[in-house]
Design a protein around this ligand. Sequence first.
Ligand code: BMA
Length: 333
Amino acid sequence: MGNSFTKELFRRYEKNPILTAKDWPYPANSVFNAGATRLPNGEILLLVRVEDRRGISHLTAARSKDGITNWIIDEKPTFFPDPDNYPEEIWGIEDPRITWIDELKKYAVVYTSYSTSGPLVSLALTEDFRHFERHGAIMPPEDKDAALFPKRFNGRWALIHRPMSNYPVVKANIWISFSPDLKHWGDHSVLLEARRGAWWDANKIGLSPQPIETPEGWLIIYHGVRVTPSGCLYRLGLALLDLEDPRKVIARGDEWIFGPQEPYERTGDVGDVVFPCGVVCDEASGKVFLYYGAADTSVALAIGDLQEILDWLKLNNRSKSKNEEVPWGVSRT
Ligand code: BMA
């Protein structure tokens, strides 16, 4: 949990959580894991995962002028599973990541569809978060924790995602894939590998919010899952990808930078989980608003400073290789 030597890069909003099921205009069990974006009118929109009492999730939009208070929540579910036309959604839709695609003048919402076949990655486009163009499944199961980059690289769209492998042991690495048309995906490769053994990000990692474009590279906030005798611990770490070629990892921190600590993060439907799906950067102030699901129960906010985060990553970039077995002596740059 850290001590006085640990500098917190993301500071929790003191009145967290910012949204709970009690705020909802209709019955809900829990509200968490929200995608986030800024709208043209300056408001911040959260697309919140809402789980009902059956256990099935849908997505509902909440809008706020300051991204912190006075959320206006849609009176009814905004984006609901459509299993008649998309059978992969029969057990719900979860954990959206939102990317504004300037070329299309649309937001891409990449989310997890859940069904008898397992979780997979689906895509929908929207201009206004009221009408959605469903594109259906874009990655087969088991795959989740996906987001699009906002622009093409050499003519191709790029998607970060997290397929699962159980062979010979559970191994969940972060992958990157490319597409000429958002429909046909290929050129798959591992982007970030889960480490092993005692590491906080051993065996299972996944992208958290959508990639953040910075002058120094694409900032990636990812979660690592540590399995302990009393359950899983979801914590966050940082990596930086090359701006022109996001397959190149130019930095990765060794230490986690944010983890469950407060009562609303430690206790809930699934305790000891911080799970961001959305981030919004304020260019003028350099502030990074990180929206995260707390204990699969509520939505919370932590605020960081972009330059401070990038500086930390430079100073703590020890594992330049994708392989955790690199010697400890890899020079700091
Ligand atoms: C992950 C995802 C998240 C969830 C987390 C903790 O695998 O399914 O939706 O918040 O587990 O339960």
